[in-house]
Design a protein around this ligand. Structure first.
Ligand SMILES: *Cc1c(COP(=O)(O)O)cnc(C)c1O
Length: 360
């Protein structure tokens, strides 16, 4: 068997040991005589799997009992509407920061329910930086302040947590969740689609401060009502059991790596290596303000776009997969989430070095 280095932005590579454990447990989970996929979500065995995953996530992310942890479905995108439906309460407006394509999607969806104030935007400059917080036009009357800590497509990442001045802070952490230490207590709500750093697609983890529960609009679909999901331990209906189990295996793996502090150090090192190489080699370029370069998603261009096809073909032949940039921006993108080993980054740099020598 040979495993490729998969640089896909999502669904993304998973730790090999997690996949191997899932394989070993596939037909018979710990003597139950069945696969996790076949278990009742009400069974003792699955409840243990579910509770362990939640406990490990709380420990990894430093989430206190003031917060509910929900394992929901519909991906991060479903949260773009779930959030305004649940958090507006008596208010009519919400503040959003626009730093890229995912911010814009969240904004567009929220506009169906709320007066959206875009308090800051880096769109004019092509989303290569993050506006200084002193320039943000926030409103004390906003129901919440939403931002996207890591723009997966642009490769732009906040290196600070905004000060929301008492307004609940809401973050789409889909592509940065558990990649570095973050003070969870600063947030009203954190959500993350699982397929980047947590597990299989479809699952979305929501961490919500309990005082924000119970404010959903009357016409909110039951399945999107945080209070209902929280009251039912994320089992109002049948949860995504197998994805939940796999997420739990990833959390155990993360703990074995030393948790998010150790992970953050590794991620910083991996990213600095690749950016350092790109900056030093004239053949490659990355347009992002160095302060706000993502540790997780690293877009880059070649000297000549006409070489993109040849670059990708050569990469494929070496088992360096899914390096094409997002269809909306072109160029290349290497997503190097938690589960991408440093050896994968080294192999990519080795290939880039040789390609530039041959074609530059
Ligand atoms: C991938 C991603 C999404 C969308 O996730 P889905 O699970 O496909 O809905 C939203 N926001 C960010 C920042 C992402 O990286």
């Amino acid at each position: 068997m040979s495993r490729a280095y998969n640089f896909c932005a999502g669904p993304a590579t998973l730790p090999e040991s997690v996949l191997a454990q899932a394989r070993d447990e596939m037909l018979d989970w710990r003597g139950t005589g069945m696969s996790v996929m076949e278990m009742s979500h009400r069974s003792d065995a699955f409840v243990e799997i579910a509770e362990t995953a939640e406990r490990d996530l709380r420990e990894l992310a430093g989430v206190s009992d003031d917060y509910a942890v929900l394992f929901m479905q519909g991906g991060a995108s479903s949260q773009f509407s779930t959030i305004p439906l649940n958090l507006l309460g008596e208010k009519t407006s919400a503040d959003y920061v626009n730093t890229g394509i995912w911010s814009k999607k969240a904004i567009d969806e929220a506009r169906r329910y709320a007066n959206v104030n875009v308090v800051a935007s880096s769109e004019e400059g092509g989303f290569v930086s993050i506006p200084d917080q002193t320039s943000w036009q926030t409103s004390a009357d906003a129901a919440y302040l939403h931002y996207t800590p890591n723009e997966t497509i642009g490769g732009l990442e906040f290196d600070f947590v905004p000060d929301s001045a008492g307004v609940p802070l809401v973050a789409d952490m889909s592509s940065t969740m558990l990649s570095r230490p973050v003070d969870a207590s600063k947030f009203g709500l954190i959500y993350a689609g699982a397929q980047k750093n947590i597990g299989p697609s479809g699952l979305v983890v929501v961490i919500i401060r309990k005082d924000l529960l119970g404010k959903a609009r009357k016409d909110t679909p039951t399945m999107m009502n945080y209070q209902v999901i929280a009251d039912n331990g994320s089992m109002y209906n049948t949860p995504a059991t197998y994805s939940w189990y796999l997420a739990g295996l990833v959390f155990k793996w993360l703990k074995a790596q030393g948790g998010v502090t150790a992970m953050g150090e590794t991620n910083r090192r991996k990213a600095e290596k690749l950016y350092g190489f790109i900056d030093a080699n004239e053949f490659y370029a990355n347009p992002i303000d160095p302060r706000f370069r993502s540790w997780m998603n690293i877009p880059f261009t070649l000297q000549d776009d006409a070489l993109n096809g040849a670059f990708l073909k050569g990469a494929d032949a070496r088992g360096l997969l899914n390096l094409a940039g997002h269809r909306s921006v072109g160029g290349m993108r290497a997503s190097i989430y938690n589960a991408m080993p440093e050896a994968g980054v080294d192999a990519l740099i080795q290939y880039m070095t040789e390609f530039a020598k041959e074609r530059g």
